[in-house]
Design a protein around this ligand. Structure first.
Ligand SMILES: NC(=O)c1ccc[n+]([C@@H]2O[C@H](COP(=O)([O-])OP(=O)(O)OC[C@H]3O[C@@H](n4cnc5c(N)ncnc54)[C@H](OP(=O)(O)O)[C@@H]3O)[C@@H](O)[C@H]2O)c1
Length: 422
């Protein structure tokens, strides 16, 4: 089987290396050898050494006229350009493999329709080397999926792990992460929760046959987490993780990405550093947990090549897992405001008489009941930090509460909340 690599960067180079290093076992498993014959680069004159043995193109329209190519592997990234390219490829009946979660977060359903019977692989788009797409789509296909709880962004997990373990501030750890290559120069996409949200949407399509877009779901990032939140979490047996959660409750479905206080004894709470993990609860199988490298050249290449092997084996799995496209799951996606959880609330207040009573009155007026409470006085006798955890309430109630609290004259700075995951 002959392939073209579109975009020979971190993952594209990894695919070339793994195909060469593991050529015999890949050929044995696929039933034929998988051979890169062409590459698309931005500028042919600047092509790197690792593509010199291939036919190198810098014009996509010229590349797709090469009839020798069986599968096109899109590893450029971004949304608009690969979208146009893949649409063109599918309209010409060409098989595609991609690792591009951003593209699939917006266009997976349309691409599924366009692909029809044409092979379309995207295992590497979620959790890098962890075969979670195949696990959900094939291995767990007999189950209704009750929940998916994932640590899907290695950058955030690296930052939060180091904040927890070393007591360092967000900015400090981010800087180290950037120096080590674990975070992009512009980290917004990762630390804002958007990357994890893209991956969650892909998983939700397979688990629930749901075509939601990033704007439809709750997405909160980690950049406002402070050393004080870390202190509270450590004191009370929690860790803080950026979680991507899909949860079904009868006919309601929650899709949400946010930092969460998570009890330290949960399996997924022990996933540290850049690693990813996904816990899936099926109605028949119960919980299964998947752990591994969520990114990196070779780990991601491993997932890309697993799709190429499937194509060589002529395995015809429906792209998003449903042969009957007419199935109505009957599920309603909850709006962000309707999602309920327990909350942790941190407030900085002037250390005055009656402050706590006033706040607790406002909390009960907003229907938010307190589970626990802690006050940490400032050693210099100035402002005090108070921490509450609440019983379960709706996000809308918590929002109303924050609006009521932030205007109080004794409240200093912005109140901050984190959801508590059961
Ligand atoms: N890195 C990971 O660990 C990982 C894990 C899972 C999924 N992914 C996904 O895999 C994809 C690739 O990621 P990556 O990390 O390999 O990115 P990358 O290192 O930035 O590689 C992208 C490559 O595409 C090339 N490119 C950009 N525009 C092009 C164009 N118009 N024509 C031809 N080539 C073009 C870039 O060339 P220049 O160098 O000239 O810009 C670069 O070589 C993304 O969708 C990403 O989300 C990555």
């Amino acid at each position: 089987m002959k392939i073209a690599i579109l975009g020979v960067g971190t993952v594209g180079s990894g695919v070339l290396e793994v195909l060469e290093q593991n050529a015999s076992i890949i050929a044995a498993r696929a039933g034929e050898s998988i051979t890169p014959v062409a590459a698309l680069v931005r500028d042919k004159s600047k092509a790197k050494e690792n593509v010199k043995h291939l036919k190198v193109y810098d014009d996509f329209d010229e590349l797709i006229e090469n009839d020798e190519i069986d599968v096109f592997v899109e590893l450029i990234g971004g949304v608009d350009l690969p979208y146009k390219m893949i649409k063109k490829l599918l309209s010409k009946g060409k098989a595609v493999v991609t690792a591009n979660k951003a593209l699939l977060a917006y266009h997976r359903s349309e691409l599924e329709s366009l692909a029809g019977e044409i092979p379309f692989g995207f295992e590497a788009s979620v959790a890098g080397g962890i075969p979670i797409i195949k696990a959900l789509r094939e291995g767990l296909a007999a189950n209704h999926i009750n929940s998916i709880t994932g640590i899907l962004n290695g950058t955030c997990n690296y930052i939060l792990t180091n904040m927890m373990n070393k007591g360092l501030a967000f900015d400090e750890v981010l800087k180290t992460a950037q120096e080590l290559g674990y975070a992009e120069a512009d980290p917004t996409f990762d630390v804002g929760g958007f990357d994890a949200a893209h991956k969650l949407l892909i998983l939700a399509s397979i688990a629930y046959k749901l075509d939601a877009k990033p704007d439809d779901i709750l997405i909160e990032g980690i950049s406002d987490i402070s050393a004080e939140d870390i202190y509270f979490a450590s004191e009370f047996g929690y860790t803080i993780k950026l979680l991507a959660v899909a949860k079904r409750n009868e006919n309601n479905l929650e899709l949400r990405v946010h930092p969460a206080l998570l009890s330290k004894d949960k399996m997924i709470a022990k996933v540290d550093g850049v690693m990813n993990a996904i816990s899936v609860v099926g109605d028949q199988v119960g919980e299964s947990l998947y752990y591994g490298a969520g990114a990196g050249s070779r780990a991601t290449a491993s997932a890309v090549i697993s799709d190429l092997i499937d194509i060589a084996r002529k395995i015809k799995t429906p792209m998003l897992g449903y042969k009957d496209k007419g199935l109505d799951s009957g599920l309603k996606l909850l709006k962000s405001d309707e999602i309920s959880s327990k909350f942790y609330l941190r407030l900085k207040v002037r250390d005055e008489l009656g402050v706590i009573a006033k706040i607790t009155n406002i909390m009960s007026a907003n229907g938010v009941s307190i589970d626990s409470f802690l006050q940490k006085p400032n050693s210099n006798g100035g402002d005090a930090t108070i921490y509450f955890t609440t019983h379960t309430c709706k996000s809308a109630q918590m929002k109303a509460l924050i609006d009521a609290i932030r205007i109080l004259d004794f409240v200093v700075g912005e109140p901050f909340v984190i959801r508590i995951e059961k």
